[in-house]
Design a protein around this ligand. Structure first.
Ligand code: VGL
Ligand code: ZN
Length: 193
């Protein structure tokens, strides 16, 4: 991997996994490849970041308040915890997003670190120019994060065996990947890192 790369794991939380409130079909299949990716990045001394959907109990993002989603990832609830099988290193940088009750905030670039830095500020500070992205969901937060990263001038590579989509409409994930490709993104697999 390039010396200016980082791994960004998007929203691998209980509510997006089987039996969760907004489950992504086979959402948990990305856990094993992402653990391998974590080992690779750690081995090279490269940063590991994990975003989390971190909603207030009441937000326009939820159906009850006019949004399109069932209530999910309400902060400090079990559904908002990272999947228990994910082996996040102790120095992983957690990016919390979706905290504004008036916005969907699909992109991790809407989120902040525990120190209150925007993701973009953190990447700038650390000199990260390339993001390897895996996690959930291909057609929402992975898509929005990848496209915004590209717009901000970062290189983006999707870990194809480490993403899964909600597929509200069949084909949404494929369309999301096409949009990322058109935006200048690249694709690889964890075992090719
Ligand atoms: C997400 C739907 C609603 C995601 C978050 O993480 O992709 N999808 N909130
Ligand atoms: Zn959400």
């Amino acid at each position: 991997m390039e010396r200016d790369a980082a791994l960004l794991i998007v929203d691998l939380q209980n509510d997006f996994c089987p039996e969760g409130a907004l489950h992504v079909p086979q959402g948990d299949k990305v856990v094993a490849p992402l653990n391998r990716a974590i080992d690779r990045f750690r081995g090279e001394g490269l940063p590991v970041l994990a975003s989390r959907d971190w909603h207030p109990a009441v937000t326009r993002h939820f159906r009850e308040e006019g949004g399109i989603w069932p209530r999910h990832c309400v902060r400090h609830t079990p559904g908002a915890l990272f999947h228990p099988g994910l082996r996040l290193p102790p120095d992983a940088v957690i990016i919390s997003k979706g905290t504004d009750p008036d916005r969907d905030s699909y992109s991790a670039f809407d989120g902040t670190t525990g120190d209150g830095l925007l993701l973009e500020e953190f990447l700038e500070m650390k000199g990260v120019n390339r993001l390897y992205i895996g996690g959930l969901a291909t057609d929402y937060c992975v898509k929005a994060t990848a496209l915004e990263g590209l717009l901000l001038g970062r290189k983006v590579t999707i870990l194809m065996d480490a993403v899964a989509g909600v597929e509200l409409e069949p084909g949404d994930s494929d369309r999301a990947l096409e949009a990322i490709l058109r935006g200048g993104g690249e694709f690889t697999r964890v075992d090719e890192l």
